[in-house]
Ligand binder design. Structure first.
Ligand code: CP
Ligand code: NVA
Length: 307
């Protein structure tokens, strides 16, 4: 069996992603009905966190223990990644102890070092460049809400062209849909990632600085914090720049009536999104957050060939 990792969404092909969604739906049912499912009995996973987390930590730990395994949480101060020890040495070390490595780090190059030096599957739990578990979950949430019909889907992301957006754009290189990133000038997503996805000629990718044009007739409006982890000191400056990009009732009125409002969370309510929108009937943010658990269970089962 060849070693598989989940470092970016396009580590899977389009067909593999649809298989992953079917498996996610199956595992969601099993989890909700508290079925006995223990493919990871006698297995352990090291979870390395260089940044804070609520969803990623709790969903991985809960999911892996439900599947019979033991997940070990390593906080930023435990590891001292890059200061106490390098990613390459940690990858070799944990490959001896554990069956899986999950890591959340600042620099994407540390994630690539984990991938290169690990002899067990590595799962990316977010870097400054991307967040594949989140975006696979997000598309699963849409696929489920739209009864598997994701043809002609228009996704509008409003806000900073950050790690979430890079993952959406990479997803557009393997699944066909229309993706629009609406952001202030100077906050566009990574140009190399756009070029890469466009070279696949599968999806339409638009980048615009005009919020109304960007969300017009959208099936999904997605937003994220204006300053990501590692940028929080820029928040006062960013509030001034990003306020025309707030997702509120006025902006969302330009999307389709049955649009889905999505956010990876944590949300800074009253900044990138108003309470009215995030608490509206269009919002699926907590279904989306729950689906992290089920999608990641499917990812772990797939990478470790536990079917
Ligand atoms: N969406 C997400 O990854 O949340 P956490 O930062 O709380 O893990
Ligand atoms: N863009 C955000 C996502 C948090 C899940 C961050 O990196 O902080």
């Amino acid at each position: 069996m060849s070693l598989k990792h989940c470092i970016k969404v396009d580590d899977f092909s389009g067909n593999e992603i649809i298989d992953l969604f079917n498996l996610t739906a199956e595992l969601k049912h099993k989890y909700r009905t508290k079925e006995d499912f223990r493919p990871f009995k006698n297995h352990s996973m090291a979870m390395i966190f260089a940044k804070p987390s609520a969803r990623t930590r709790v969903s991985f730990e809960t999911g892996f223990s439900w599947m019979g395994g033991h997940a070990i949480y390593l906080a930023p101060q435990d590891i001292g990644l890059g200061k106490r020890e390098s990613a390459s040495d940690l990858a070799q070390l944990f490959s001896r102890y554990n069956d899986l490595i999950m890591a959340r780090v600042f620099s994407h190059s540390d994630m690539l070092d984990f991938e290169k030096h690990s002899t067990v599957p590595v799962i990316n739990g977010l870097t400054d460049y991307n967040h594949p578990c989140q975006i696979l979950t997000d598309m699963f949430t849409i696929w489920e809400a739209k009864q598997k019909n994701i043809n002609d889907l228009k996704v509008a992301y409003v806000g900073d062209g950050n790690n979430i957006v890079n993952s959406w754009i990479r997803l557009a290189s393997i699944l066909p849909f229309e993706f629009t990133c609406v952001c202030p000038e100077g906050y566009e997503p990574d140009p190399e990632t756009i070029k890469f996805a466009e070279s696949k000629n599968l999806s339409k990718i638009n980048i615009t600085n005009d919020p109304i044009k960007g969300v017009m007739n959208a099936d999904v409006i997605y937003t994220d914090v204006w300053a990501s982890m590692g940028q929080k000191e820029e928040i006062d400056e960013r509030i001034k720049i990003f306020s025309p990009f707030q997702v509120n009732d006025s902006l969302s009125s330009h999307a389709k009536d049955d649009y889905l409002f999505m956010h990876c969370l944590p949300a800074e309510r009253g900044r990138e999104v108003t309470d009215n929108v995030i608490d509206s009937k269009n919002s699926v943010v907590f279904e989306q957050a729950e689906n992290r658990l089920h999608t990641q269970n499917a990812i772990m089962v797939t990478l470790c060939d536990k079917l």
